[in-house]
Design a protein around this ligand. Structure first.
Ligand code: G6P
Length: 614
């Protein structure tokens, strides 16, 4: 939520900052802006709307370039998304420029204090107060970092700040509390970014910053302290993907590229999880087997699409390990007074590793002495750093706002976690675990098949693109798939879409079925548990009431044929693994549907990929 870039070096700061903003635009696209230091003054440009508008503004009214600069792409919180509220914000002398991600909770009091002292605010933002506070601090010190620390000590809430000062042309300062900021280390140049995508074109060497830290970058140096000026510990890491992973690579949209990368994302998440003796190993675990054996309850906490991965996790964990498992929305978790103790394992799932609701759930859980294990896709992000253990998904950078490969990789990691528990608790024999892993290892081929057969789904999306409402039904793990299918369509196509547990429909929602209403139904594989038969009955019930049925069923399931207006075949997989193949056509359907309507598939309205406010 909001993308931030800072640069000091020898290149054109405008080029570096704009390039970084383009790769961070998924974090927010309400406005964009840059500030550069040129011969002792700040040159700045900002524009409401997507970065294309800022590009046009810079073309129409070029600004003086420099070798030090900062930039921002916004997801609006305080103040409407207009030019005036766009970042960077300057102090009244135009000497200090500030960009910010987060919410400064005590900004109203600070603003009142500044106005009483004669400062004139030109925007409605909380950010502008920081520029004015810094101006005042710099009256009594020459040390910009010290001035930033002093201001940070006065701020409450969540903030990443990146600041430059026209009088100090070769320095950029960053500060962070609760919102993300990483450092990119170059040769004769250094970078700041909300995440490594900001500078991946120039360096893959990064430094993770901790909570309440201030960083000063110059061409040759990176100095990190806490808010009181004490030297702070940081962690260096090397990014295992390069700039090509953050580019569209010939696809019209990032989302299409990311859907296409799913076989690889699942395969990479499974990679290297076997020890020589055939046992499953999760090498990023910082919890010992003994600690995990103590676990008598698991609570999986997440937001958005990741929450649906959490729902799948519940089925897998309970079925394979017999450990009771609850699932909770991150934004609700800490407010309902959950029962937690040392033997509770809280598992959080987050693609970005920055979602504030999820981060707050982690802090709450740890305060209650629960252990926290995170499933996360982003190395160097806050959530893994604050957890007791991490399983990284290896999906590579996900840029499109609507998550696709991130989700499939999360579901894969959930299976691995459940199987690992089964192994250490001894509730499954080694060969049973190996056989499930074997099935999992086959799923990338099944996912590839769904991609190869996508044309029928695209055609269907074109045919249905006039629909204003579409339902999705599923049972068992097909239920979270239905919810995810509906969410994708809401996010991208802005139409009414809802997912239901197929068996629940008759208890109310069936009343909304009317002639011609498209309804997707995910049919579980045939098996001992009658799930498939019950779902086929549900299809008959809705079809009898006029629904147009789009049925996803495994190869060879002929029971569904008479009741399917459209039939999408799925490869045969064990019931629990079906989300890995069944989700794919729903993602393709939503992206094509949105394209048909002329929407921006990668950057849907009102959304941001990484939501760093509660
Ligand atoms: C936002 C995004 C969703 C995402 C959710 C959770 O709302 O728009 O696509 O699923 O955050 O994100 P996380 O990074 O924690 O998985």
């Amino acid at each position: 939520m909001c993308g931030i870039v800072g640069y000091v070096g020898e290149r054109s700061a405008l080029e570096v900052v704009m390039g970084g903003l383009r790769r961070l635009e998924y974090r927010g696209y309400d406005s964009g802006g840059v500030a550069l230091i040129h011969e002792g003054t700040i040159s700045s440009a900002k524009k409401a709307g997507k970065l294309l508008n800022l590009d046009a503004e810079l073309k129409a009214n070029p600004i003086a370039d420099g070798t030090t600069g900062i930039g921002h792409t916004r997801w609006a919180t305080h103040g409407a998304p207009n030019d005036r509220n766009a970042h960077p914000h300057l102090d009244s002398t135009g000497r200090i420029a500030v960009v910010h991600n987060g919410i400064i909770e005590n900004f109203a009091a600070l603003r009142a204090e500044l106005e009483a002292a004669g400062h004139e605010m030109v925007s409605e933002t909380d950010t502008e107060t920081v520029a004015h506070l810094l101006h005042d601090e710099l009256e009594s010190t020459d040390d910009l970092a010290e001035a930033v620390r002093s201001v940070c000590r006065r701020l409450r809430g969540a903030f990443t700040l990146v600041i430059c000062d026209a009088q100090r042309p070769d320095i950029v300062i960053g500060a962070r509390r609760n919102s993300p900021l990483v450092v990119g280390r170059g040769k004769g140049e250094n970078f700041l970014g909300s995440d490594v995508a900001a500078f991946i074109e120039y360096t893959r060497d990064a430094i993770e910053l901790g909570q309440d830290q201030v960083v000063t970058i110059t061409r040759d140096d990176v100095v990190v302290t806490d808010f009181f000026g004490e030297p702070a510990e940081t962690k260096e890491y090397h990014v295992d993907w390069d700039v090509s992973a953050a580019e569209k690579g010939g696809f019209d949209w990032f989302m299409l590229k990311e859907i296409d990368e799913q076989p690889q994302a699942v395969a990479d998440t499974l990679l290297g999880r076997h020890s020589i003796d055939g046992l499953l190993q999760l090498d990023e675990m910082r919890l010992s087997d003994d600690e995990l054996r103590e676990v008598d309850k698991v609570i999986v906490v997440a937001a958005g699409t990741s929450f649906y991965a959490a729902m799948v996790a519940k089925y897998a964990i309970e079925h394979w390990t017999r450990i009771p498992c609850e699932v909770e929305l991150a934004s609700e978790f800490r407010y309902r007074d959950p029962i937690l103790d040392r033997s509770t394992l809280v598992v959080t799932i987050s693609q970005s590793g920055e979602t504030m609701d999820t981060l707050m759930a982690i802090r709450y859980a740890r305060q209650q002495r629960a252990r926290v294990l995170s499933i996360c896709n982003t190395n160097g992000s806050t959530i893994p750093r604050e957890s007791d253990a991490v399983i990284y998904t290896h999906a590579g950078p996900e840029v499109a706002v609507a998550s696709t490969k991130g989700f499939l990789a999360q579901v894969t990691a959930c299976y691995l976690l459940a199987l690992y528990f089964a192994q250490i608790k001894g509730v499954k024999y080694g060969d049973e675990i190996a056989s499930i892993i074997g099935e999992l290892e086959k799923t990338p081929t099944g996912i590839q098949r769904m991609l190869d057969e996508a044309d029928q789904v695209r055609k269907l999306a074109a045919e249905l693109s006039g629909s204003r409402s579409i339902l999705f039904l599923g049972r068992h793990v097909g239920y979270p798939v239905a919810l995810e299918g509906a969410l994708k369509l809401k996010e991208l196509a802005y139409i009414h879409a809802e997912g239901f547990a197929a068996g629940e429909l008759k208890h109310g929602p069936i009343a909304v079925i009317e002639e011609g209403l498209p309804v997707f139904v995910i049919v579980p594989p045939r098996g001992r548990d009658q799930l498939q038969e019950k779902t086929v009955s549900n299809i008959q019930e809705i079809r009898a009431r006029g629904a147009r049925t789009i049925v996803l069923a495994e190869d060879g399931d002929d029971d569904v044929v008479p009741y399917s207006d459209h039939l999408i075949r799925l490869p045969r997989v064990p019931t629990l693994l079906q989300p890995l193949v069944a989700t794919v056509p729903l993602q393709i359907f939503a992206s094509e549907f949105a394209s048909q309507l002329g929407h921006d598939v990668d950057q849907p309205r009102n959304l941001a990929k990484s939501v760093t406010v509660e």
